[in-house]
Write a protein that binds this ligand. Structure first.
Ligand code: FES
Length: 137
């Protein structure tokens, strides 16, 4: 067998199909800074979260405040404090860092938002395959 008969050392990366049930939004629809709420999944308990962007930082969190368990927003897609530097819970004013989800001010200081793994693929913000989107049986 000559060197040219050898199979390639690895398969070239092939694009994975985009699972549309996990697409949060097109990246182009996410302002900088900006945020978007989303609901993904089926059943009694779909996943309610939000994605937030500031510059190159894009994060997603469960829409559940660690203070009293309420959603962080009243108005659709409004998750940022004025100026867009921090996430704000509208209920009692807790402020969270965009990058880490840590509460830096308010009644739940020292606690944090629950992060959701995401990636940007094919121009879309996509929820990681490992996050369950169905109610447990
Ligand atoms: S429920 Fe979010 S600060 Fe109280």
């Amino acid at each position: 067998m000559t060197r040219h008969d050898q199979p390639p050392a690895h398969e070239p990366d092939r694009p994975r199909d985009l699972d549309l049930t996990r697409v949060i939004c097109p990246l182009a629809e996410l302002d900088d800074p900006g945020a978007r709420g989303f609901t993904l999944g089926e059943g009694e308990w779909p996943l309610k979260g939000f994605v937030v962007r500031r510059g190159a930082v894009i994060r997603a969190y469960v829409n559940h405040c660690p203070h009293a368990g309420f959603p962080l927003n009243w108005q659709p897609h409004v998750f940022l404090a004025p100026g867009g530097q921090l996430i704000r819970c509208i209920m009692h004013g807790a402020l969270f860092e965009i990058d880490s989800g840590e509460c830096v001010s308010g009644p739940c200081a020292g606690h944090g938002l629950q992060p959701l793994p995401i990636e940007v693929r094919d121009g879309c913000v996509v929820l990681d395959d490992g996050v369950p989107l169905r109610d447990p049986d």
